[in-house]
Design a protein around this ligand. Structure first.
Ligand code: ZN
Length: 229
């Protein structure tokens, strides 16, 4: 019984060490998503800024265009007339080019806005998962602490009942042996080391009444028909 409590203590210790790693991984993923979102938003801002800049340029070109058209009425010579016409043509071409840029910007912005929205959904889901796992983790830790407290009390209680000599031997063995300190003997074989117990000690063991150690591995041995100690 004390042995199974000690084994459970080791298990709890491992569980307590493993769980935070999973939470940390989720937190890392969430941080990555948040960074990606910030990046996306700043890209979107850049695209919108570029669009506004090009639209302002278009307004300036339009002003020049109107001025040039007005000048057509005032020109004195054919040469000058041709020059203004050329200027108007160039401004028309420039307007066309800038309008293309604005259309491209609008398309980019639309794509980027969709990506931001998608990432936002992903982020919210990840955040939800992280929070629920974190709560689950806290609850698990509380449960494990409760179990440790309960087992400790049980262990103290058991130790009071157990023979002092047996208990001292158990404590010494626990320091030296890995895993189980108490081993069952089945058909003369010690289950701790899988070696046979000499007949005399085996008979003594079956008779009961004293604490017997395996002569091979020093584990405390016990023998039962079908019952656990
Ligand atoms: Zn043994």
């Amino acid at each position: 019984m004390i042995q199974s409590i000690d084994i459970r203590f080791d298990e709890i210790k491992r569980e307590k060490e493993e769980s935070p790693k999973e939470i940390e991984k989720l937190k890392e993923d969430l941080d990555l998503l948040k960074n990606a979102m910030e990046q996306d938003l700043s890209t979107l801002e850049e695209q919108k800024k570029r669009r506004r800049t090009v639209e302002r340029e278009l307004e300036e070109i339009e002003l020049k265009f109107q001025k040039s058209k007005a000048r057509l009425n005032d020109v004195k010579s054919n040469k000058e007339y041709q020059a203004v016409l050329k200027e108007i043509e160039e401004l028309k071409e420039l307007t066309f080019q800038k309008e293309e840029v604005v259309i491209k910007c609008m398309e980019d912005i639309e794509i980027q806005e969709k990506e931001c929205a998608d990432n936002n959904v992903n982020r919210k889901e990840s955040e939800k998962e992280y929070k629920s796992k974190k709560e689950e983790f806290s609850k698990k830790m509380r449960d494990l602490d409760k179990e440790v407290k309960f087992l400790n009390e049980k262990r103290i209680h058991l130790c009071q009942d157990v023979d002092k000599d047996f208990f001292e031997r158990y404590g010494r063995l626990k320091k030296h042996l890995k895993g189980r300190v108490v081993a069952q003997v089945i058909d003369t074989i010690c289950q701790g080391c899988n070696l046979g117990i000499p007949p005399q000690q085996y008979n003594e063991l079956i008779r009961g009444g004293s604490i017997i150690s395996c002569p091979n591995c020093s584990r405390i041995i016990y023998w039962v028909d079908d019952k656990e100690i």
